[in-house]
Write a protein that binds this ligand. Structure first.
Ligand code: IMP
Ligand code: MG
Length: 489
C-alpha cells in the first residue's frame, strides 16, 4: 500500500479516536466517521443502523451519495448486504453482476461500481454497518477493509458510551425525582404530634425515606350495642412496610394496660401487622444514632462475651463455604457497608474459594452532620450492572439501613442481589428485609467488637460482646425533650 494512503488512514483514525475519547456528542462522532471514511477512500460512505426489531436498516448519515440513492426507503436487513447478519465484511467489486444488491438500477444510476460493507459490532452483536461506495472498479484490499473496520469500531464505541451515559442520566433523574417527591411530602405534612418522641421517630423515618402516616386510623375494640366504647389508634402506619407502630413512653409497669389492648387488637384484626416500641427500645434506637438518654453513657465495658474469636471463625468459615458453593462460576461482587463490616468482610472473603470482587460503600447516619435524609457518603466504585452482588452487613437491626442500601444497589441494574449478615437482631426489625445468609441471631442487646462499635470504641475486640447493662442516665445524655419524665400519653 502506498505510504501516502497509509498516512491518510492513520490520520483519519486518530482524529475520530480523539473525538470518541472526549465528551463529543454521538452525532458528531458519526459525522466524523462517515466523512473521514469517504475522504480517505475517495468514495461515498454511509452508516446504517438496525432498528430495535433487527428487521430494517435505518440510514443515519451519508457523504458523497445522491439523495435518490439514500431515499430509496428502509432496507430490509435480510435482503441487504449480509454483513449485519453474519458480522463479517462484504466486499463487492462489481455491483452490476452481483445478485446481493437490493436496488441494482439505483446503484447503476448513481454510477456506483463497487461496495464494501463492514459490520458495526457492539459487544458481540452486529447493530449496523458502515458502507463504502466507489465509482470506479475497486478490489478492496485487507488494509482497506481493516481501515473501515476500525472506523466502524470507533462508531460502535461511541454508540456504547452514549447508551451508558443515557442510562446513567435516567437513573439520576429517577433518583432526584424521588428525592424531590419525598421533600414535598415532608413539607406538606406539618403534623401536630402529641408527644416529642413521635416527632423524633418521624424524623428517623424521614431520614430513611420511609413513608409514614401519623395516627392513620382507629380500631374499635369494644362495643355496647352499636356504640363503640373502646378504640385503639396506633401512632404510625408505614404503608411501604404495611406496618403499624405504636410508641410508648410509659413506665414499664404501666405498659400492661397497653399490652392488653394490643392483644385484643391482634385478636380482632389478625390481618394487621403492628409493633410496639417500648420506651427502652426507643432509647436504644436513639442511642444508636448518638442521641437520647442512653447516648453518652460511656465506659460501661463489656458485660459478657457472646461469641468468642474461635466461634466467630468457625461460623464465618461455614458462611464462606456456603456462599462459595452457591456462587461457583458466577464471580460475585461482595459489597460491604462501612465501617462495622470490615473485620467480617476481611475474614469472610479470605475463606471463600471462588473468584470474587470486593467493594465498599458508606452511608450517613441519623443524628450526623446533616440529618434530614440518608445519603450515600461513599458509593461503590465497581460497575455492578449485570453482576451478581452479595451485600455483606455486620448487623441488621431495624433493617432501615439495609432496605435503603438494597434499593440503591438494585437501581444499578444488578443481575441478582442476596444479603449476608453476620448478626441478625431480629427482635427489633422494622423494615422486613429478607436475609439470605445469617451468621448468628443475636438477642436484643447492644453488641460490640469484631468491627462493631459503640461511639467508635470497641471495634478492635477480637470477640463479640454485650455492652454493660443499659442504665438510663438522663443527667449525662443528650436527652430529647419529653424523655426525662415518665409522663403518660
Ligand atoms: P439498622 O438500620 O437499624 O438495621 O442498623 C444497622 C446498623 O446499625 C449496623 O450496620 C450497625 O452499624 C448499627 N448497629 C445496630 N445494632 C448495633 C449493635 O448492637 N452494635 C453495634 N452497632 C449496631
Ligand atoms: Mg453497618
Amino acid at each position: 500500500m502506498p505510504a501516502r494512503k497509509e498516512r491518510a488512514y492513520y490520520r483519519a483514525v486518530r482524529r475520530v479516536a480523539t473525538l470518541v475519547n472526549s465528551d463529543t456528542a454521538l452525532k458528531e462522532v458519526v459525522l466524523a466517521v462517515v466523512r473521514g471514511t469517504a475522504r480517505v477512500m475517495e468514495a461515498g460512505a454511509s452508516l446504517v443502523l438496525l432498528d430495535s426489531a433487527g428487521k430494517k436498516l435505518i440510514h443515519t448519515y451519508s457523504r458523497g451519495l445522491p439523495q435518490y440513492y439514500i431515499r430509496k426507503g428502509l432496507l430490509d436487513a435480510d435482503k441487504s448486504l449480509a454483513e449485519v447478519v453474519t458480522g463479517q465484511p462484504v466486499a463487492i467489486a462489481d455491483v452490476e453482476h452481483d445478485s446481493r444488491i437490493q436496488y441494482p438500477e439505483l446503484a447503476a444510476k448513481a454510477g456506483i461500481v463497487s461496495i464494501l460493507g463492514v459490520p458495526l459490532v457492539v459487544g458481540d452483536v452486529a447493530v449496523g454497518s458502515l458502507r463504502v461506495y466507489t465509482r470506479r472498479h475497486t478490489e478492496f484490499s485487507n488494509q482497506d477493509i481493516n481501515f473501515v473496520f476500525t472506523m466502524a469500531n470507533l462508531a460502535a464505541v461511541a454508540l456504547r458510551w452514549h447508551a451508558l451515559r443515557q442510562e446513567k442520566e435516567k437513573a439520576q433523574q429517577v433518583r432526584s425525582e424521588a428525592e424531590a417527591e419525598a421533600a414535598t411530602l415532608r413539607q406538606a405534612r406539618k403534623v401536630a404530634f402529641a408527644h416529642p418522641s413521635e416527632e423524633e421517630f418521624a424524623r428517623i423515618l424521614d431520614f430513611y425515606n420511609i413513608e409514614w402516616v401519623y395516627e392513620p386510623r382507629s380500631f374499635p375494640l369494644r362495643w355496647e350495642g352499636d356504640r363503640v366504647t373502646e378504640m385503639f389508634t396506633p401512632d404510625f402506619y408505614l404503608p411501604g412496610l404495611d406496618l403499624y407502630v405504636e410508641l410508648t413512653t410509659l413506665k414499664q409497669s404501666l405498659v400492661t394496660e397497653k399490652n392488653r389492648k394490643l392483644r385484643h387488637l391482634r385478636e380482632l384484626y389478625p390481618e394487621i401487622k403492628i409493633t410496639l416500641l417500648y420506651k427502652k427500645d426507643f432509647y436504644r434506637l436513639l442511642a444508636k444514632y448518638g442521641c437520647g438518654p442512653l447516648a453518652q453513657t460511656r465506659g460501661r465495658g463489656v458485660s459478657r462475651v457472646l461469641y468468642s474469636s474461635a466461634e466467630l471463625n468457625r461460623r464465618v468459615r461455614e458462611l464462606a463455604e456456603q456462599i462459595s458453593r452457591d456462587y461457583a462460576g458466577r464471580h460475585p461482587v461482595m459489597v460491604g457497608v462501612l465501617r462495622g463490616v470490615f473485620c467480617f468482610m476481611a475474614d469472610l472473603i479470605r475463606q471463600m474459594t471462588i473468584p470474587l470482587e470486593v467493594d465498599f460503600m458508606a452511608i450517613s447516619y441519623y443524628g450526623g452532620e446533616d440529618d434530614s435524609v440518608v445519603k450515600i457518603t461513599k458509593d461503590i466504585d465497581l460497575n455492578v450492572a449485570g453482576r451478581h452482588v452479595v451485600m455483606v452487613e455486620d448487623i441488621v437491626d431495624t433493617g432501615l439501613t439495609l432496605s435503603y442500601v438494597i434499593n440503591h444497589l438494585k437501581a444499578k441494574g444488578v443481575a441478582s442481589l442476596l444479603v449476608c449478615t453476620l448478626l441478625d437482631k431480629r427482635a427489633r426489625r422494622i423494615a422486613d428485609v429478607p436475609l439470605d445468609y445469617v451468621g448468628f441471631e443475636v438477642p436484643d442487646e447492644f453488641v460490640v467488637g469484631y468491627g462493631l462499635d459503640y461511639s467508635e470504641e470497641y471495634r478492635n475486640l477480637p470477640f463479640i460482646g454485650i455492652l454493660g447493662p443499659d442504665q438510663p442516665d438522663t443527667k449525662e445524655g443528650r436527652s430529647p425533650e419529653g424523655f426525662t419524665s415518665d409522663e403518660s400519653q
